[in-house]
Write a protein that binds this ligand. Structure first.
Ligand SMILES: Cc1ncc(COP(=O)(O)O)c(C=O)c1O
Length: 355
């Protein structure tokens, strides 16, 4: 008899139906690979990798770049295999039996899974009708449950809305446990919305970022955290030695050096988000939520049927099944303009047929 760790069999799996989509819009990825000039430099850098060696200087190099960009010290930054690994380790480090982690709902579906994996007690705080976060209710939940970690996601996945920076600061001011701000999509909203400048004022705050979204580097699995040096020092203990491979580190290093090259794509995706939202809003059957990201959330009474119709045509969107507050919702990552025109035509055809 196989004796698995207690709780593992009840743990939900992160389940997204994958296949060879004609148009893939289900994971908030970038629709195209690296800009050609960046790809050329990445390939040149990869050709100089010492494949026989464990990672060494490479993590320090990229940390130095981020530190310089945000005027932080190098001890305040640490990289992981995607921000997923960073978040998982934070949940592990602040979790454990009897510790409570508070997070919004609906939000990134992995929070609930990491709570279970960390053997912690999860307290979801429901978002309002329009998916905004009631900061006072959130603070109350953190205090009443004596939480060890509070998490917010801004802009929020899958709802697309932004938590005003003043609300993020209000929460930081009013709680004293570790406070993680997941900024996976921040580049789409713009740096002025980032909580990073608040780190100097609130040493219990942590910001997580990723290279998977705006920098389109989902394949390499690179993300990082910024926090007070004392938090970083503790969290590092949860990682295995040499956890992040050199191929990903040097790729991310080149991408970060060349991050200006990504601005046209970020603007294009933001413009597409606006254009698509306007087009969809012309169909009264659809509710389209405001987005500060590279994806849109829409609600439609026949969303499940629509998703099946699109799947049959090779168009992959994210459906949330019966997830709380996301019934009849589809999340659509922005593709290229051509891809967006194709799927919107299909959506229109389906809706008109059902009228
Ligand atoms: C809100 C949020 N945080 C974190 C992640 C993890 O991203 P990654 O592990 O690719 O850095 C995602 C991925 O979809 C996300 O949506």
């Amino acid at each position: 008899m196989l004796k698995y760790r207690k709780g593992l069999s009840d743990m939900p799996a992160y389940d997204v139906a994958e296949r060879d989509w004609r148009i893939k819009l289900n994971a908030n990825e970038a629709p195209t690979s690296l800009p050609p000039l960046v790809e050329e430099r990445v390939m040149a850098r990869l050709s100089r990798v010492a494949f026989n060696r464990y990672p060494n200087q490479e993590m320090e190099d990229i940390i130095a770049q981020v530190a310089e960009n945000y005027s932080l010290s190098e001890e305040q930054i640490f990289f992981g295999n995607g921000s997923s690994e960073i978040i998982e380790k934070l949940f592990f480090a602040f979790g454990g039996a009897r510790h409570t982690i508070v997070y919004p709902e609906p939000s990134f579906s992995m929070y609930k899974i990491y709570v279970k994996a960390a053997d912690a007690n999860g307290v979801p705080v429901g978002l309002e009708e329009d998916y905004s976060l009631d900061r006072e209710r959130f603070v109350r939940a953190v205090k009443e449950n004596k939480a060890s970690l509070a998490v917010v996601c801004t802009p929020n996945n899958p709802t697309g809305n932004l938590i005003p920076l003043s609300d993020v600061e209000y929460i930081a001011q009013n709680i004293d446990c570790a406070f993680l701000v997941d900024e996976a999509y921040l580049e789409f909203a713009g740096e002025k919305e980032s909580a990073v400048p608040l780190l100097a004022k609130y040493p219990h705050m942590i910001v997580a970022r990723t290279f998977s979204k705006a920098y389109g580097l989902a394949s390499a699995r690179v993300g990082y955290m910024m926090a007070d040096a004392s938090i970083v020092e503790m969290i590092k203990k949860a990682f295995m030695p040499y956890h992040l491979n050199v191929l990903s580190l040097v790729t991310a290093d080149v991408v970060y050096q060349m991050r200006d090259e990504f601005m046209p794509r970020i603007y294009m995706l933001r413009d597409e988000c606006r254009r698509v939202a306007e087009t969809l809003k012309a169909m009264p059957e659809l509710t389209v939520y405001p987005s500060y990201t590279n994806f849109l959330l829409m609600k439609y009474a026949k969303a499940v049927e629509l998703n099946e119709y699109l799947t049959e045509r090779g168009i992959g969107m994210r459906s949330f099944g019966s997830a709380p507050r996301l019934e009849n919702c589809l999340r659509i990552s922005m593709g290229t303009r051509e891809e967006n025109d194709i799927w919107m035509k299909e959506v229109k055809r389906f809706i008109e047929e059902k009228r």
